[in-house]
Ligand binder design. Structure first.
Ligand code: SAM
Length: 235
């Protein structure tokens, strides 16, 4: 039997939002808009007050590896618009809301300006400029328990170029982590599959007791992104 338009075929209305193409809008933009409007993580982020669906990626990684514990000192590289910081603030108890638990700290940096986030300290900075790591070390003023990087340059449209760019950002984040992490600390970074991630893996294996590649459920299945989670920094 032919399916009625506007129904799922099971007697229920199809709730998927369809976006009509409009003059002046490219097909790729129409498809992007349609995907955003139908993405359950985008809806959840809105409902729960997160600045983006990325918040669920770090939540899912932390649910598995438990590095955002009360009292933890966290550095978030590439933090705009701020979803990861929002999750970290809650979980490390940066606002001291969990009575009787240690109070943590969240320090975020990004190329772009970040709207203030209660409980987090944020700075606008290009992490790849000369001396950027020293600036972050100064703001930190001591050791960290977690260094996490979601840094990614705007897509060039060329897969291998995007891969090499993100690997350069990851490598810079990793060397920064080696300098500031306390023993037992955790490093998390977003990578795009493409060949060079094996070198980062090798480097991290020398410094951490465990290194895993993870694709959390919130990461879109059609994206080549995945996350490296390195735990147990040897110091
Ligand atoms: C996917 S977004 C991060 C999303 C963020 N984790 C969140 O939850 O809102 C990637 C960010 O990396 C930042 N970025 C890219 N290159 C950077 C660099 N060299 N220094 C600092 N931030 C950078 C971009 O400005 C962008 O905001």
């Amino acid at each position: 039997m032919a399916k009625k338009p506007g129904t799922s075929g099971r007697g229920q209305r199809d709730l998927r939002v369809k976006v009509k193409s409009a003059r002046g809008r490219k097909l790729s933009s129409t498809l992007w808009l349609e995907r955003q409007l139908n993405d359950p993580y985008v809806k959840r982020a809105k409902a729960e007050g997160y600045r983006g669906r990325a918040a669920f990626k770090i939540s899912e990684l932390d649910d598995k590896y438990r590095f955002l514990v009360p009292g933890a000192r966290v550095v978030d590289l590439g933090c705009a618009p701020g979803g990861w910081c929002q999750v970290a603030v809650k979980r490390v108890n940066a606002l001291g809301e969990k009575q009787g638990k240690a109070v943590g700290r969240v320090l975020g940096v990004d190329l772009q300006e970040v709207e203030p986030i209660a409980g987090a300290e944020t700075h606008q900075l290009d992490f790849m400029e000369d001396g950027a790591d020293d600036k972050v070390k100064d703001w930190l003023g001591g050791k960290a328990d977690v260094v996490m990087s979601d840094m990614a340059a705007a897509s060039s449209g060329h897969k291998q170029t995007d891969h090499m760019r993100i690997m350069a950002l990851c490598e810079a984040a990793a060397y920064f982590a080696f300098d500031v992490l306390d023993e037992g600390g955790t490093f998390v970074a977003k990578v795009l599959a493409g060949g060079a991630e094996g070198d980062l893996q090798k480097l991290l294996k020398q410094k951490f007791t465990k290194v895993a590649n993870v694709k959390p459920p919130a990461s879109r299945s059609d994206s080549s992104e995945k996350f490296v989670v390195a735990t147990g920094f040897r110091g």
